[in-house]
Design a protein around this ligand. Sequence first.
Ligand code: ZN
Ligand code: ZN
Length: 176
Amino acid sequence: MIMEKSRTVTAIAPAKEIHEEDRFLSPEQRDYAHEMFSKYLAKEGFRITSERFKVLEAVLDMKGHFNADELYATMVMNKSRTSRATVYSTLELLEKSEIIFRHNFRSDCNYYEVRFDEPHHDHLICVSCGHISEFVLPQLMDIRKQVAENAGLKVMDHSFQVFAECENPKNCPHNQ
Ligand SMILES: [Zn+2]
Ligand SMILES: [Zn+2]
């Protein structure tokens, strides 16, 4: 009979998945985003134009992760006349003002998401179908602290991406 060794290591709890449909910004969060953006534009000496705020509104309406083309296509569908160039340049400003995150999921374009509607989460990317899911793994908070402190540094942030492929690309539940 094989005796199981007693374990002192805490097993990794299953990651909690976040569902994009559950994301919802409160009116207060939307106001806060407007305020942050106005402040940023004023501080950096950019003009406060209605076009820039139309892009912000469209960004706040996007669920989960999106790229610049998806945002632009959604705006066109909603009869917006904002130019593609304005959409791209405003995304840059929104990133700098810390309203959105920019991710590069090993794809040829950047993905964005609103920053303050969720606690820190990380990403699982299916390289076969491109599906992006999110998870929260509390253990990572301790790990990153340990890694930084061992080097005498203080943690600012981290980014953890898991790349995986569908077991069967033809039947990938995300690829329907
Ligand atoms: Zn897949
Ligand atoms: Zn995310």
